[in-house]
Ligand binder design. Sequence first.
Ligand SMILES: NC(=O)c1ccc[n+]([C@@H]2O[C@H](COP(=O)([O-])OP(=O)(O)OC[C@H]3O[C@@H](n4cnc5c(N)ncnc54)[C@H](OP(=O)(O)O)[C@@H]3O)[C@@H](O)[C@H]2O)c1
Length: 315
Amino acid sequence: MKSLQLKSGASMPCIALGSWVGTHPKERAKASSWLLTALEAGYRHIDTAALYGTEGAVGEAVKLSGIPRKDLFITTKLPWHHTRRVRESLDESLKRAGLDYFDLYLIHWPQVVVYENDHPAPLNADGSLMLDETCDFNDTWKEMEKVLASGKVRSIGVSNFSIKTLEQLLKTAKVMPAVLQIELHPYLAQNELLQWCKENGIAVVAYAATGYAVVREDPTVVALAKKYNVTPTQIVLSWHIRRGTGLVTKSENASRQEENLKVIKLHEGDARRIDALDKNRRLCIKPDKQGKVFGWTFDRLGWQEERTPQAEAKL
Ligand SMILES: NC(=O)c1ccc[n+]([C@@H]2O[C@H](COP(=O)([O-])OP(=O)(O)OC[C@H]3O[C@@H](n4cnc5c(N)ncnc54)[C@H](OP(=O)(O)O)[C@@H]3O)[C@@H](O)[C@H]2O)c1
């Protein structure tokens, strides 16, 4: 499988299997069986997070697969309410997974959430997420650098950051993030951010990489799928790989897991047709009624608003 060379020196398989399955404990527990079919199908990169509750299932699948640890690449993420206890949180993640190290450890979100009885999403009386404004991701990154030095993680990076928050991070960072994981698909192409990451040597990994049914059913994607005699998802995933990013898809279904591993070579003109679908539209993480994402405005996140036809007309 194709890999991306990270700044840390590590080699990261481009295609990962995701493991977010919602919050139901039964769904989380049964993840080990389909994670195992994915490993048997050839996946060598698994994406999890402390907040997903599937680190244990990932560890179990790894053990059952019998694949040597050195041949696997396991990503996990620091939860937003553990930013003042990075070392402890990482030890807890390792223990749940039954592993000695993770290949990649990401700050899951730039927001810092109050630590209260270890609740992953403590709420204020008005229902908003209880943010901790007394520390920030620059402080967290210092702790990430320490756990990198400990050898318990081989590379460190961030998720859901933007050019704005990355520039803020770089003001104090001693180690550059090796990876940025973000929502990325043909409707949210993030061209400027990709260019910025390229210039700074940060590998980008797409989540919600398929773009779900809305992108699968886009007439351009459907037409290209017919042209290449592949599925619409394979067209989308091939577009990501052509752009030089990694990607994470989640499927519990063995045949879709296999489908998502088979990317093809797209011709330049066809890749341009997919580029033209960009609407700056988020399909996975959407703003709430106040226009905020987990307590932060788009401005604070450094995220761009969706490009509507009305806004385009004004340009
Ligand atoms: N860093 C972050 O904040 C963040 C946020 C979101 C997600 N992620 C990571 O990225 C992973 C993937 O994200 P995601 O689940 O939102 O997006 P996704 O993989 O693009 O979409 C998953 C959905 O698409 C279906 N699917 C997968 N392959 C398919 C195919 N070939 N044809 C038709 N349907 C297909 C799956 O159903 P079946 O299971 O039934 O196949 C599932 O319902 C997550 O599991 C997680 O590891 C990270």
